[in-house]
Design a protein around this ligand. Structure first.
Ligand code: TA6
Length: 281
């Protein structure tokens, strides 16, 4: 079942329920902010203080970072992570498939607001498939007459029972950029989160495992050669109005991305797809 709904303030979203799972996607940002497989706990984390207001990114779920990840290199005054997550997307396809999954395609096209920030023509689609497995794919096509560079991320907030019991496998031996000291380092073994972590890992294995006590999440990515791991920890959480003080204890971001050195240049008519496939196992 696919139902178009809105909050009392008019903030619009799509609610999806099928035999496998339930999900909610805000039209602003094509932002999946809820996904729960029947008889399992929610895969995605959503801040108890999240905004659902026009022009404000939702703290949690899977924000779409486009056309740049992080600060804009040419103009740091522009919104962090680009404009896609605060723009209104159109639903161009709703499909309830024979295998019981639901496929939604949303589209973002240039407008006066985007062109004022980033003077390029593009076609961007986000394909979300809701089943026992969650699949999300960001497809970018350069419809301009000149090349452009993009850095992107599917900025996934995973829900965890307790950050102290979390470890992340699949990045051993990888080079990572640490945003906290602005230096490159080499990962030794699994990742544990006992402080603020804000890193871009290069050349991640295609399959990443998040362990959370006895729980396990598998993440598979395509079209990506970088993976962002982030937890704001105590002080940063206190500084964020849309994060409760203890919010950092129940989440970790593991973001399939084309970030920093993994940014992509698209020539006219060229496309690139960034895809993440994830599930609790
Ligand atoms: O993905 C990690 C990161 O770039 C962090 O530096 C932190 O800023 C996080 O994104 C959240 O960014 P936001 O703009 O959503 O508050």
């Amino acid at each position: 079942m696919i139902t178009h709904k809105q909050f009392d303030n008019g903030f619009r979203y799509i609610e999806i329920e099928n035999n496998h799972a339930k999900a909610k996607i805000a039209l602003q940002g094509a932002h999946l902010f809820h996904y729960k497989v029947k008889d399992k706990s929610s895969l995605l984390w959503l801040s108890k203080a999240a905004y659902f207001e026009e022009g404000k990114a939702i703290r949690g779920g899977i924000p779409v970072c486009f056309p740049w990840f992080g600060k804009n290199k040419d103009n740091p005054a522009l919104p962090q992570h680009g404009f896609a997550r605060t723009q209104l997307w159109s639903v161009i396809l709703e499909e309830e498939k024979d295998d019981g999954t639901t496929h939604i395609r949303l589209q973002l096209k240039p407008n006066t607001h985007t062109l004022a920030q980033w003077d390029y023509l593009f076609d961007v689609n986000l394909d979300i498939t809701i089943g026992q497995v969650l699949s999300i794919a960001l497809s970018v096509t350069n419809t301009d007459t000149k090349p452009f560079e993009i850095s992107t991320a599917l900025h996934t907030y995973f829900s965890v029972s307790d950050i102290d019991t979390v470890s992340i496998k699949g990045l051993d031996g990888r080079v990572y950029y640490n945003a906290l000291d602005e230096k490159n380092h080499i990962q030794k073994g699994d990742i544990f989160i006992h402080e603020e972590v804000d890193r871009v890992y290069y050349d991640p294995s295609e399959r990443i495992t998040l362990l959370d006590g006895d729980a396990k999440v598998k993440l598979h990515q395509e079209g990506s050669n970088s993976l962002v791991v982030w937890n704001p920890w105590i002080e940063k959480s206190k500084q964020m109005n849309d994060m409760t003080e203890d919010g950092y204890r129940s989440m970790v971001c593991i973001e399939t991305s084309n970030a920093r050195e993994d940014s992509r240049v698209l020539k006219p008519n060229e496309s690139h797809v960034l895809k993440a496939i994830m599930q609790r196992v």
